[in-house]
Design a protein around this ligand. Structure first.
Ligand SMILES: [Zn+2]
Length: 180
């Protein structure tokens, strides 16, 4: 269910490229493994949508915790496809080819990525993610653009009145340099 993303420095163009290719192979394998008639297979991927867990920085939760919370809500399992933990570990939620449960009206056309954190100790929205998370998120989004090159990188707050993910995703992605 979980894996650690290979450690790659952005400046090292060659190693990032080979990492990306490897990951793409992994993704496409997953897509193909789901091709045999699952009802929940997503047909369209227009968006790579970033969320936050709306947890305090002191809460070091993982995909397993979110999975538990979402099952308690009566869902089949965790709603996100990926979770970026405080230490930068990227954990898999749903299969990337599966319809997620993270944004009403857009689940059948988007991938959902959740950054752990996003509120302050008083519960107010706060962009308090770790440098490891920013790094991991950039790589993850870059890798998701390989199988889904036309997918737009967006924040949940562009589709609902929520603050989630507590930062401006478009500004962040525009300012993020991922050398391919
Ligand atoms: Zn959200």
């Amino acid at each position: 269910m979980s894996f650690r993303m290979p450690v790659v420095v952005f400046k090292e163009a060659n190693s990032l490229a080979s990492n990306g290719v490897r990951r793409m192979a992994f993704c496409m394998q997953r897509v193909q493994s789901q091709r045999n008639g699952y009802m929940s297979e997503r047909q369209q991927t227009d968006y790579i949508m970033i969320h936050c867990a709306a947890t305090k920085p002191s809460m070091d939760i993982t995909a397993k915790d979110i999975d538990k919370w979402h099952r308690q809500k009566g869902w089949r399992k965790i709603g996100y496809h990926w979770v970026v933990c405080r230490d930068g570990t990227v954990e898999e939620g749903r299969e990337i080819s599966e319809v997620g449960a993270h944004c009403r009206g857009y689940n059948d056309k988007s991938i959902g990525i959740c950054m752990v954190g996003g509120i302050d100790e008083e519960g107010n929205p706060e962009s308090n993610f770790t440098s490891e998370q920013w790094d991991a998120l950039a790589k993850l989004v870059w890798q998701m653009k390989l199988p889904y090159p036309d997918a737009e990188v967006v924040g949940h707050n562009e589709f609902s009145s929520k603050a989630c993910p507590s930062f401006n995703v478009r500004e962040w992605w525009n300012a993020t340099e991922v050398i391919s």
